[in-house]
Design a protein around this ligand. Structure first.
Ligand SMILES: [Zn+2]
Length: 391
């Protein structure tokens, strides 16, 4: 069995944590030499050479904290530099532009939700603290109190985890004719009237896509719909990959624009599912493709090479998490919800469960020594580089 490498680099700090595995089956003595762009593992009966991607440069003279961890391999820390681009992710706000036609699809099954729609206004909604800010800054009562920002026809308003569109802009897929076309407005058939009744579900796969906010406004969660310019063909993205990408986008946005790093993930009904603590978003992971994390890729359908020598590079967000479904940490949950300023993120319950599963799978693919921190399950990595550009 060949040597395996897992190298985690903090871009800003220029520090690297290296784990060299696959040494167990080799005969001693083993001689390991580190150069700027490669590692060589020499034993009496084999010689492995791992060439690092060209974006990565090690500083061999800074190797320290060398330690062998049973079952994992050799842990080494050193200075390391990585020049790996991160600009591939586009947020929903960046994707949606006025004067261009867009089609919204159900991400789960590809059904068309909004067909070739051109919005005249695409505007961000005020943050949830906006009204309290107005009260602090104005000497008169908040003139906008109790008034909601709802989109008119051809408006699209963007929230942190959702977008609002007017029902008049939603249409059934062309060519889909059934008894729904007999109702006065086709959208009414998309909106379940039982409460739960405000839930908006996909007609084809019954996935919850959002909810009806008023008689003419629908809120869609950005984790449930895929937005594409109408001139681009629809491309299927695995559900797991899509959810991971959208969650990372949301966490990145909060951390950079509001310096918020703690999050409470809730379902539509207010049920708390997960506490998330974002530690950093500047980590790049270089890993042998046949090792660790990629085993979990069966779940997202990503193929990986069988070659133990090929190395994969990924941008990652490192975060801690605690699932709260069984209410095993009531004091911590209460503290987070009420004291720490953690931000609430609301998604459909199914998506919250998908996220917990995703975090658990990624956690299980880590070397054991990196999985936990105190009572927290130490989750790493979460990819930042899910390329959602239109192809
Ligand atoms: Zn669907």
């Amino acid at each position: 069995m060949g040597s395996r490498l897992r190298l985690e680099i903090r871009k800003n700090m220029e520090t690297g944590s290296l784990i060299l595995g696959g040494l167990e089956g080799k005969r001693f003595p083993i001689d390991i030499s580190v150069s700027q762009s490669a590692l060589q593992i020499q034993s009496p009966d084999s010689c492995d050479k791992l060439h690092l991607p060209q974006e990565v440069k090690l500083v061999p003279s800074t190797c320290r904290y060398v330690q062998h961890v049973s079952g994992e391999g050799l842990h080494v820390r050193m200075k390391a530099h990585v020049d790996y681009k991160t600009e591939n992710t586009s947020t929903v706000k960046e994707i949606l532009k006025c004067q261009e036609e867009y089609t919204f699809y159900c991400q789960s099954c590809g059904a068309i939700i909004v067909h070739q729609q051109q919005f005249l206004r695409v505007l961000p909604l005020p943050t949830e603290n906006w009204s309290s800010l107005v009260e602090e800054w104005c000497c008169h009562p908040d003139p906008f109190a109790n008034r909601r920002c709802l989109p008119k026809v051809n408006d699209c308003f963007l929230g942190d985890t959702f977008l609002l569109v007017n029902k008049a802009n939603i249409s059934d897929p062309p060519g889909e004719t059934n008894e729904m076309s007999a109702v006065p407005h086709p959208v009414d058939a998309n909106v379940s009237k039982s409460k739960e009744n405000t839930k908006v579900v996909c007609q084809r796969c019954k996935a919850v896509l959002g909810e009806s906010m008023s008689s003419d406004t629908i809120q869609y969660y950005i984790t449930e719909i895929m937005i594409r310019p109408s001139c681009h063909a629809y491309t299927m993205i695995s559900r797991n990959q899509f959810v991971e990408s959208m969650i990372v986008q949301i966490l990145l946005k909060f951390s950079s624009s509001r310096s918020t790093f703690r999050f409470c993930v809730q379902g539509q009904n207010g049920k708390l599912f997960l506490l998330l603590w974002l530690l950093n978003v500047d980590t790049v992971l270089i890993e042998s493709t046949s090792s660790g994390r990629n085993n979990s890729y069966f779940f997202s359908g990503n193929a990986s090479s069988d070659s133990s020598q090929s190395l994969e590079v990924q941008n990652c967000a490192r975060l801690l998490y605690i699932p709260c479904i069984d209410k095993s940490h009531p004091e911590l949950e209460d503290k987070w919800m009420n004291e720490t300023g953690a931000h609430s993120l609301t998604f459909p319950s199914r998506t919250c469960l998908e996220l917990i599963l995703l975090l658990s799978l990624n956690n299980a693919s880590l070397p054991h020594s990196l999985r936990f921190m105190n009572e927290w399950q130490h989750h790493f990595p979460m990819s930042l580089l899910q390329d959602l550009s239109f192809q």
